[in-house]
Design a protein around this ligand. Sequence first.
Ligand SMILES: [Zn+2]
Length: 389
Amino acid sequence: MTLSTHCPVCNSTDHAQVFLLSGVPVICNQLWPDAQAARDAPAGDVDLVACRNCAFIWNRSFDPARMEYAPGYENALHYSPKFQTFAEGLAADLVERFDLNGRDVIEIGCGDGHMLDLMSRNGAATATGFDPSMAGKETPYTARDGVTIEPEYFGADQLDRPFDAILCRHVLEHLDTPLSLMQNIRRAIGARDVPIYFEVPNAGWMLDAISMWDVIYEHVGYWTAPAITTLFRRSGFEPVSVSAGYGDQFLMVEARPTAPQPDFTATGTQDVLASANAFGKAANAELDKWRERLSRLDGKTVIWGAGSKGITFANALGAAAAPLAALVDLNTRKHGLFAPGVALPVVAPDALKDIAPTLILISNALYQAEIAEDARALGLTPEFAVVAG
Ligand SMILES: [Zn+2]
């Protein structure tokens, strides 16, 4: 069974093509010290397909070995104030509903331990996380008594201690064998009745919003409610609730152990397949529109915003990226570095005086007014366009 031919959830070989991004950086957020290193950065194809049986969407060209060899891989979420508030509310809610005061919590893929710390603050007696990416790293979040990170992969045999809940957030979308993790957890729970909480990016939202720059190499899987329900049932968990949160951008599943149903397939797959098909068409039309516009451009263009969206967009353009001169960013730590693949320099807004772009592409519509004002202050009169999705 391989990713290129078989669905990692239900093993079906019947899948529909959704969207293809060729030669995109394996780690889109990582910047490089010089243009050559940026050009040589690990790259791969994102060839999204949707399973016609269970509606799971995955990158059939994903190669887990490429992720292992890419330096500087960070699984940590961006800790925006909005995300912090969400995590704090979630921790308090989980402790109350799962009755975890004075009890023991396990987190798989805990990152720097931010959620472990929050569970402890909300009354958990112990909070133990597993995350191999934390080997040799310091974190402020293990300072409280009872908070521990084991810097290794989670395995069923590690849970010979008592525990009362298992959390796993933003891990499943990185796994090429999600079913084996779930089966592993199910084995660890055994005959106990222990609740689990899982959270992943909500692919249903991504498809409906045509949020095409959420398609990144780091994510092998894109989860919708039917696919994740099928995964849970097949591995021996009964979802108590499957809901969307964080502005619908996260999919949250609470479940209890039950007997595995290896042949279970959830309803609702046809709707996901229709959304995936519409997403692919709209995303391709959007890319074609940009390629056409840039091929007609007289002069240079820059992308404002050197985050994953701007970098993925630049790489997705292929040969049409030729008029791109730079990525502009306010973050001084990014200046002088180069974006992977396209090898564009990241510059401060001041550098626009020399570049004199005729078009400024904006990767986040929220900042459009601010950016236009900054450009005018530099004496520039370019066109502006927002990169949608
Ligand atoms: Zn499937």
